[in-house]
Each structure stands twice: as C-alpha cells, then as structure tokens.
Ligand binder design. Sequence first.
Ligand code: APR
Length: 263
Amino acid sequence: MATPTTQQLAQARQVIADAQRIVCLTGAGVSAESGVATFRDAQTGLWAKFDPLRLASQAGFAADPGLVWQWYMARLGTVEQAMPNHGHLALARLAALTPTFTLVTQNVDDLHERAGSQNVLHIHGRINHFHCNTCGTEHTLQPDERTSELPPTCLLCGGLVRPAVVWFGEALPGDVVEIAWREAERCDLMLVVGTSGVVYPVAQLPLVAQQAGAVVIDVNPECTPISEIADIFLQGSGGLILPALVGALSAGPKGHPGSGLSG
Ligand code: APR
C-alpha cells in the first residue's frame, strides 16, 4: 500500500490551514481502529459475514425481529466497549480550530461525540437511540431489554421497538440531508475519511462540494470511487494520517497566508 508523500501531506495541511468552512464526511473506516467492524472490508466487514437484507431492512425485521434485535444489541455492546481513536480526536481538534466545521457521519456509533465533536450529523442514524417501528415513539432502552431475545414493545402502541438506524430502502433523515447538502455546496474543503463511497445518496456529497468549487481530500487505505475524484488522495489509515494533518495546526486565526501551521 502506497503511503502519502511529504509533498502530498504538506499540500493537504496547507489546504486545511487555509479553509474557513470544512465539511468532513466519515464512514466506518474512521472507527475501524477502535475495533468497530466496517461493512465491506473483505473478511472483516459485517456484510462479508452477515446478509444485510436479513439484518438491516424492514423485510428482515418483519421476518425475524429477534435475530435483528440480538444482532444490534451485540453491535451496541461492541460500540460501548470501544474508545475513540486518534482519528476521531484529530477531527474534534480540527473542528475547534475551524470557523465553520460540519461533521457528517454515516456511522451509527457515538465515537465522534465521545472524542469531543459536537453537533455531529448522523445521516444513517444512531445505534444507541430507539423508537417504535410502528408509531415512531422514542423508547429508552431498559437494561434487561439488552439481553432479551425479542425486541421490546412500544409502551404507546404495542409495536416493536427498533434501533434508530437507517435500514436499506429507508429514507434518510430530511433535516440532516438538508444541512449536509447545503454545507457541501458552501464549503472550501470536503475532508472524506473511511468510506467506500458506494452507498448513495451520501456518496454524492464530495462531488456536490467539488462542483461548487471546494477541494476534496480523501483518506483511505484503499482507493475508492471518491479517491478517484479527490484533489488529494492520502492512502492510509485515519488514525495515522489525521493527526499528521491536524497536529501541525496552531490555535492562531485560520486563513492567513502561511499562518495556522506551526513548526
Ligand atoms: N482508516 C480509514 N479508512 C479505513 C480504515 C482506517 N483505519 N480501515 C478501513 N477503511 C476504509 C475501507 O478501505 C473502506 O473503503 O473504510 C471504508 C469502509 O467502507 P464500508 O465498510 O463500505 O463503510 P461505509 O462506507 O461507511 O458504508 C456506508 O453502508 O452498510 C451501509 O449504512 C451502512 O453507513 C454504512 C454505509
């Protein structure tokens, strides 16, 4: 696997230092180094081991709600055991140093928040939030429900409770989509980390930003369709590359030629 050249890293650092408005789009890869499995990595990816339509769809939930519930409870356990990694921490720091920073994640885990990121936009939902699949009423998970064989039932309508994640074939949260697209059209920089770029409509966001004049930087150990269109492709892991990009930033005002970079 190629590693980024010094020149590529320097170029990316300068773009980051000069950017006033950044949108960061993350995928499962940013949480991989925290021990949370990705979806499509060969062998290790969830979809290499499990059938996504049996576990992450309305049809799958209707056919076997117990199987789906237990699978999500197991994943929730993994997420809760996991700790934010250097990639998550570097993004939280970059947000603090950038006048306008929008973090759009496809991840259902809360590792960005636990790293200190605020106002994280979860465009594919959250695994530690729950609601009724029938009436939508929010549900607070009770300790014994974690180990129950079947999903809990809604206290209001008796429907089945499910995790607040977006399943295949379901609509994305409208308010989040609106903000993500609006900020993508306004940003100076779209920083993409750890996504295979094959799930639409989110995979369109880097192109939306680029067509509106933004620079696209992609960080991924593998070359993806987003890496192909990126202005700067940094091949490698988020946990190594993001600290290398953000570490050099000083707390000074951004956007002044040559400033924002220390040492
Ligand atoms: N650092 C950065 N990227 C990494 C790392 C790492 N340490 N490890 C793996 N990756 C990359 C992989 O090379 C791959 O391109 O992360 C990407 C993960 O891709 P997917 O598993 O497809 O995850 P993602 O793109 O987030 O999936 C999108 O698909 O299944 C649905 O709803 C689910 O939100 C998910 C969506």
